[in-house]
Write a protein that binds this ligand. Structure first.
Ligand code: 5GP
Length: 188
């Protein structure tokens, strides 16, 4: 039986976390991967953006020990998907959901190929994304600027994804994501 992995990418601030949380209320038997990161914890980590915060040396140690399914350097910080929980979820026949950046998705396309489905969550516009990043009041101006630049770069990889989902309305986007999942479940 093929692995059931759903890879979700999209710019920081596009609302991936909220969308995935909403979808998980409706789709049974899912597992949401908790990434490890070396970045600092935000004042108030919002829904869906919870991480295992590691010191850089500990993260590097885990890389050495081959503990990550994939990892990437984003804005100078390291982010990675721990392997073991994913293997466990797959053994339990759950749909494993990974919220990772375009570099991580690229690595998985090479290692997992078609055993995973790839979804890109797109913002309605760059202005809307900027508003969201500003509105969540967790980011400095510099950090917002970097995230917008990275978003522009990430959007260049959109055509590598199996599905593109526009997040302009949470309810519509959630329904679309649920439809994508029922399709994937039939395919894999
Ligand atoms: P943030 O710092 O805003 O929470 O996340 C920044 C970026 O890191 C987002 O695009 C998010 O999807 C990505 N990210 C989070 N966890 C991982 C991971 O485990 N691997 C990779 N490659 N990217 C991740």
């Amino acid at each position: 039986e093929k692995a059931k992995i759903l890879v979700i990418s999209g710019p920081s601030g596009v609302g991936k976390g909220t969308l995935v949380a909403e979808m998980r209320k409706r789709v049974p038997n899912t597992f949401l991967s908790v990434s490890a990161t070396t970045r600092n914890e935000r004042g108030q980590e919002n829904c869906g953006s919870e991480y295992d915060f590691l010191k850089r040396e500990d993260f590097e140690d885990q890389i050495e020990k081959d503990k990550f399914l994939e990892w990437a350097n984003i804005y100078g910080d390291l982010y990675g998907t721990p392997k073991e929980p994913i293997e466990k979820a797959l053994a339990e026949k759950k749909l494993a959901i990974l919220e990772i950046d375009v570099q991580g998705a690229e690595q998985l396309r090479k290692s997992l190929g078609q055993n995973a489905a790839y979804v890109f969550i797109a913002p309605p516009s760059m202005d809307a994304l900027k508003e969201r990043l500003t509105g969540r009041k967790t980011e400095s101006d510099k950090s917002i600027e970097i995230r917008l630049k990275v978003a522009r770069d990430e959007l260049k990889h959109i055509d590598k994804y199996d599905y593109i989902l526009l997040n302009d309305d949470l309810e519509k986007a959630t329904q679309n994501l649920c439809e994508i999942i029922s399709k994937i479940k039939k395919e894999v």
